[in-house]
Design a protein around this ligand. Structure first.
Ligand code: UTP
Length: 474
């Protein structure tokens, strides 16, 4: 039901126990009242009371089925001859699909990045070891280098949220779309969810503003469709979106093996995995539940399962999810045309709000609940989905925090370690400290080499690297 003015809004909010939204409406001018009414119209009153009861006022217990087993997967390198033939076929097909412009980059960059505490879109965070390039610039250079390699303008889809959309667009404009050409970059916004106090009341960010936050990376599957990104893909002939997170500078966006294995399996949404370092590592676990591909979060995987070992000592549930997916356009079209909903996940957070007197409050401890959906919850909706192993040192260096674990600092170390590995593969001597870590600051631009093999062809252009050197290959 839509309301057209404050008085209609009052009745509607009364029915749902949310009158506090209008607590200050008498102080608002006509324009502010109009804006508030349009925010109220965006609330999903058909589901609101149910969500509040089930997820805000209560903490639902994780619904872990009795019967689940580890998911099958493809190892990073083929294990026997028949598999080698399959990987060769997949590589060939993957390269053809990329060259045909049928694969696009798709980064989700709508998050709030609260842990990093950086002012502005996370993609604008400077991160590369020598040149301090931003995440956006690193991705753009990788897309450009792939466009050159495959002889086609590859498209880049970027999901933002109302929090950072304008700033993100400004950054791309200021940087002239990082040399990719405006036509090859499509920036679109995801949806939002209202924030709740622990009493189930929607919080207000200001007298005329409902407190909202992005609806989670799961919102991407709807936003792709609603924003017109899917139509844009269709018009360009893009069939697959290579999904990754804005905080992983080590992502290999156009991996022909992953594309090819996904396409050969006629899969709808596929994933990359890494082998967990320890049983309760904070990554989701790929499992088969009732015959369906499913990710069980680390916090929901019972200890006895997490700790279970195979006779060879490996973990039974060893496949960690690192938020790298291949998504078929036809899958996004199909689920949106049929209508779908991903489950909401509850998170207790510090949510800035205005109190009953209208004072702005910045809480120091969690004061309410945000609801988010996760993209991997779409996996059980697929009828075909493959998993490909990737090596941690090659493709996973998340920037979540300012310092410590999963920080810009650790991500830089991982980038250096990865590039040092490529150099050594190519026969270049890399200085190392006694503990084995690299004793130099190294950066290899995507335009110089996209992978270890390409670096081998440039070995003559690489200077000698001495301990303590800062080396940029670009
Ligand atoms: P995270 O779960 O790390 O969240 O997002 P975050 O918002 O970036 O950071 P914190 O938790 O506030 O510190 C993983 C990826 O999903 C994207 C993020 O931008 C990041 O690439 N994301 C997350 C969205 O695009 N939208 C969302 O609503 C949430």
């Amino acid at each position: 039901m839509r309301v057209s003015n404050i008085s209609q809004a009052k009745d509607l909010l009364e029915q749902h126990g949310q009158r506090q939204i209008l607590a200050f409406c008498d102080e608002l001018n006509d324009q502010q009242q109009g804006q508030l009414v349009s925010q109220i119209n965006k609330l999903d009153f058909n589901n609101l009371d149910k969500w509040i009861n089930e997820l805000v006022l209560n903490t639902p217990l994780a619904d872990i089925p009795d019967d689940f087993k580890p998911a099958p997967y493809y190892k990073a390198t083929p294990q026997e001859n028949e598999q080698k033939a399959l990987y060769d076929k997949a590589l060939k097909l993957g390269r053809e699909l990329i060259s045909g412009g049928k694969v696009a980059a798709f980064v989700v960059a709508g998050g709030q990045g609260t842990r990093l505490g950086f002012d502005g879109p996370k993609g604008n965070y400077p991160v590369s070891p020598v040149k301090n390039k931003t995440l956006f610039q690193l991705f753009a250079e990788q897309i450009k280098a792939n466009s050159n390699r495959y002889g086609v303008d590859l498209a880049w889809y970027i999901m933002t949220s109302p929090l950072n959309d304008a700033q993100t667009k400004e950054i791309f404009k200021e940087n002239d779309y990082f040399g990719l050409g405006e036509d090859n970059v499509f920036i679109f916004q995801q949806g939002t969810m209202p924030n709740f106090g622990f009493d189930g009341k929607i919080l207000m960010a200001d007298k005329d503003k409902i407190a909202c936050s992005p609806d989670g990376h799961g919102g991407s599957l709807k936003a792709l469709f609603d924003s017109g990104a899917i139509d844009h893909m269709k018009a360009r002939g893009v069939e697959y979106a290579s999904y990754y997170q804005v905080d992983n500078p080590l992502i290999n966006i156009f991996d022909p093996l992953f594309v090819g294995l996904h396409a050969l399996a006629e899969a709808q949404m596929s994933s990359k995995t890494l082998i967990k370092a320890y049983p309760k590592e904070k990554v989701g676990n790929f499992c088969i539940v009732d015959g369906k591909m499913t990710v069980i979060e680390y916090s929901d995987l019972p200890d006895e399962h997490a700790e279970r070992k195979n006779p060879d000592g490996s973990l039974v549930f060893e496949l960690g999810s690192i938020a790298i997916h291949m998504v078929s356009r036809s899958f996004v079209e199909k689920i949106n045309e049929k209508g779908f909903a991903l489950p909401w996940h509850r998170a207790e957070k510090k949510i800035p709000y205005i109190d009953a007197q209208g004072n702005k409050v910045k809480p120091t401890k969690p004061n309410g609940v945000k609801l988010e959906s996760f993209v991997f919850d779409a996996l059980p909706m697929t009828t075909s989905s493959i998993i490909l192993e990737t090596l941690r040192e090659n493709e996973f260096g998340p920037v979540k925090n300012a310092t410590g674990i999963d920080s810009a600092e650790s991500s830089r170390e991982l980038m250096i370690a990865c590039w040092a590995g490529w150099l050594e593969d190519a026969g270049v001597k890399v200085p190392r400290k006694a503990d084995g870590s690299v004793d130099a600051v190294i950066e290899i631009a995507a335009g110089f080499a996209l992978d270890a093999d390409e670096l081998k062809s440039k070995v003559n252009e690489i200077p000698e690297i001495k301990a303590g050197d800062s080396v940029y290959l670009g």
